[in-house]
Structure formats: C-alpha cells, structure tokens
Design a protein around this ligand. Sequence first.
Ligand code: UVW
Length: 342
Amino acid sequence: MMTKRWVNRPEGSTWGDWGPDDQRGRMNLVTPEKRLAAAREVTEGLAFCLSMPLDMPGGNAVNPKRLPPRFGPVFHPPGAEDFYYNYDWNAIQDGNMDVTSDECVTIHSQYSTQWDSFAHVGSRFDADGDGEAERVYYNGYRAGEHIKPPDDPDGMGARALGVENMAMSGMQGRGVLVDFERHFGRARTAVDYDMLMEVFAKDGVTVEEGDFFLFHTGWDEMILEMAGDPDAGKLHASGAVLNGFDERILDWITESGVVALISDNMAIEAPDGYGETRGGCSRLPVHRHCLFRLGVHLGEIWYLKELADALHERGRSRFLLTAPPLRMPGAVGSPATPVATI
Ligand code: UVW
C-alpha cells in the first residue's frame, strides 16, 4: 500500500518541493519580502478594477458549457419564493418600516473573470508507479479520491487543491504586465518564446521569481464592444495567445519563477489546438504545465485595458496586485474582482 500519494513525479515538476501535502504551489514563492517589494510599486495610489462585469461575455457562445449568472429567489418553502425580495416587514410586524432583499445567484465559477485552481486541470500520469497512467492532479492528488465527481456519495467537490487554498494565500504580490495588443494588434497571434523575449526587450520588462505575469490582448474591449451578444467566431480568431506547443515557452514559465499567468483572453493559450507535447498529447499544454506540473495558477477573462494604458503612459510595467478568489471550499475555479494599485 502506498503511503505517499506518488512515487513518480512528472519530469520538471515541483511536486513535493514545498512538502508532500502542499496545495499552494508557486504561491509559496510570494514571501513577505516579495509583498513588500510589490507594495513599493505603489507611487500614486491609483486603483484599477481588473474584473469584467461578471455577466460578460454574455450567453454561452464563447464556451457552450458555461452560462451567465442566474438570479433567483432565496430557497424557501414552495409558494413563498418571493418572500424575501423588497420584503415589507410591516406585513408581519405592525409599524415596522424595514424593507429587505436577499437573493440566490447561480454562478458558473469560470464564466467570466476567473481564477483556475490546481483542481481545474490534471493529467493522465503514472504517479503510483504501477505502469498504468491514472487521472491525477498537482502534487499527486487524485480524481475520485480528492477531486470528487457529481455522483460521489459524499458530494461533489475538490477535497484538495480547491480555490480556498488560493484565498488563504491572499493572491497578492507584484504584477508585471505587457500589452500584446500594442505589439501584435487584434489578429490571432500565437506568441512563441522569441516573440515574448522581443516584447520584453522592446518594453524594458523584467520578470522575476514570485511575480504574477499578465498580458493584455484586446479581448476585454472586444467583449465589452459586443455588449452581451458575443461573436464567438471573431473572438476565437482574435488576440494573442501563448503558444503552448513551443517548448521554450514552457521552459520560460519554469525558469522565470512566475506564480501565475493572467490574461484578458479565454485560456492564456489557444483552446483549439491539439498536438504532441511533453508528457503526451494535449489540447491545453500551458494548462497542464502550469496547473498540473508546476503549481502556477491561471487567471482568465480579466479586464486589463485601463491598467495597460495607464502603465504604458507612465513607461511602467509593475504594480501591486491584490486578487483573492472567493474562499469557497471545494471549488475548482472562482470569479475574482482583482485590484491593481500603481
Ligand atoms: C478549460 O476550458 C479546460 O479551461 P479554461 O477555462 O481554464 O480555459
């Protein structure tokens, strides 16, 4: 019987580097010193909301399995659904002047501005060394045993690696942003390692261990321009994505020490690719490299336009990022309302 969750760890992974039960991954690199350095980037006290309205992009054309938030009455006995909306307390207590409202919102946690926890994407990998690949997540946590499916008798949810781990780490540190839209326009561009280095050189950008790396692509403005009725074909053919099939991009993610990759686009990488890459074929090699292998979080569909413009005007790329997800035990993803301060 195996006492550890794994005997094999994926090549080039960080599994075990922060302990056998680690669930924070590279967030362990955000030390008090790193947070102080991030705070020193604040020179004007200007704050930027990095969240889209959470009912954007609108509909489910962009991702058919994710629907917009749905508002409904709070759960009450049948027949009393509207009991607690614009509720006039005078109805039950003579002379009471109070009027109160509660609600129930059903949210697909990855519909709009979101974080991916490490329970979002795993891989088939022979972690227990029996010669057969099993479904496993960061640091050897298992599909079924830890990431429980909807039909589990104990209920669905991530009993390990859920977003509450991110919330407890604060998700705060130094952000470094580059504006791919300024370099490549709005055409779909697969950014490989050489292109990334060229952008860094042109903009004088340095990314250090423990930084959150953000890139703006123009998707945020396009979504807002589409005003809730997105042209999915146009969006999926637009904006820069990291080319996860360029092995040097994966190496850069490893060597840079970034703790998260964040963009205004849908998936950091192109979600429609498929091919051979390290560890076997994948549709989402950046997801597998970051969430499964390294313990690097992904942030998607963030609103970066105003921050990108403000940083450009000032010839800056760094800022203080504060971006906790909901402290929702067991969720694999979470909406976020991140704030950048410069
Ligand atoms: C998938 O669709 C798998 O993921 P994401 O929302 O992280 O792009």
